[in-house]
Write a protein that binds this ligand. Structure first.
Ligand code: DX5
Length: 226
């Protein structure tokens, strides 16, 4: 039996004027978790939303929320994402001088913690903190925007990470994010990923959210190595 597949929407393409209804619709469509792309206009050339927005929509769904922090110097605000209702906080390896400390702070706050790698960042950058995290996010686009093309060149990196985790006996989920859709999800699954972020692929499906979620899940489950 392969690793459990999770389909996780990015709310970036959602209608922000109705975000509460949108997360409720995503849950009704059968997603496993919901990711909030937090951008500060510095770490990435875009700005999205703060913890108050996440707190406002938290009552509209019961699935786990995760915040991907595309922000420089995340430490001062780590508690705000947990208070807002995020069960998982993902820190970018490139965003903080003291990654080991940042990851520890999130655990002290009682939440799960993940580490994210931009496309150019090697697996070796996190090999000494893998025992501290609950999952790893491998970006399959350069972060900052939805609707970009999936980078197949990240396949070997996902495989390298999965092999390292297996060698170390670390039972961690690998999440991928960026350009995930019907024609790319199998490539990432075969490489070793099992959690899949999807934004535009969910919202542009002409047959609706439910069909998009079911289709991506079926394709991933068919491709995840046994
Ligand atoms: C990009 C974000 C992604 C993005 C995914 O920086 O981290 O979550 O919204 O959108 P798609 O699936 O459209 O590439």
């Amino acid at each position: 039996m392969g690793r459990p597949v999770c389909i996780v929407p990015s709310v970036l393409p959602a209608d922000f004027a109705r975000l509460g209804e949108e997360v409720a619709a995503l849950q009704a469509a059968g997603v496993d978790r919901i990711q909030f792309d937090v951008m500060d206009g510095s770490f990435v050339p875009n700005i999205t939303f703060g913890p108050d927005v996440i707190a406002a929509v938290r009552p509209h769904a019961t699935v786990p929320f995760e915040a991907q922090l595309m922000v420089h110097n995340p430490d001062p605000m780590l508690g705000r994402w947990v208070e807002a209702g995020c069960e998982l906080v993902i820190v970018h390896a490139e965003s903080t001088t003291h990654l080991h400390r940042s990851l520890g702070i999130v655990h002290e706050l009682g939440a799960e913690v993940g580490v994210a790698l931009n496309p150019a960042t090697p697996v070796s950058a996190v090999e000494h903190i893998l025992d501290l995290v609950d999952m790893v996010l491998v970006m399959t686009v350069n972060p900052g925007f939805g609707g970009q093309d999936y980078l197949p060149s990240m396949g070997p990196k996902i495989t390298e990470l999965r092999a390292l985790l297996d060698r170390r006996g670390l039972d961690l989920d690998i999440e991928v994010d960026g350009g995930i859709g019907p024609t790319t999800i199998a490539h990432a699954a075969e490489a070793g990923a099992n959690w899949f972020i999807a934004g535009s692929a969910l919202y542009r499906d002409p047959e609706g959210l439910q069909h998009a979620v079911d289709d991506l899940r079926a394709r991933a489950e068919a491709a995840v190595p046994a």
